[in-house]
Design a protein around this ligand. Sequence first.
Ligand SMILES: [Zn+2]
Length: 180
Amino acid sequence: MINRLCIGTPIKAILGKHSCIACGNKLQLKSYNRIVEKDSEDAKCYNFDGFGDFKVEWKKFYCPMCGKSLECSTQTSYEKSLKIDKMTYGELIKHFNSTQLSRSWVDSNGLYLDRLPIFDDEILDNVFIYTYFIEHNSKKYPFEVCVAQRRKMRERPLSIKKDKNYSRNLSNLLTILEIK
Ligand SMILES: [Zn+2]
């Protein structure tokens, strides 16, 4: 008999409406499982003190329309970043007009993406930065808003957080542009 380890679903994922990041359809929670070998590196991520290999069971978001699946905390983290984006736009638009503002995800090689990063790839260890570009006197000033980074644990969800220097960077930017 193989042991089971059930991982709870975050409350934020259970409550409220969640839309697919790819197609916008309403998401469902779906059960997934996999076998983890007792002595593997992988096993160290889990709080499992039983004997032998074990089966991990957890829920992910699943889109019945396009078939995309995403870890719960990646989805809720992305939803939070949308709010940060909205707030940032609201703040910047007080000082600039919309034609001066552009935004995109940038990967760790500095490449601009014209789409969302691949948030559901479990192997990819890239870091993505959500960046605003402010055009001012024919120059472009970057403003880093959110950082998306793979968490080295369990199902390797992606965590998207507000850049830790967000307030300082914004204030510096406005000072440089002599707007304050
Ligand atoms: Zn979808």
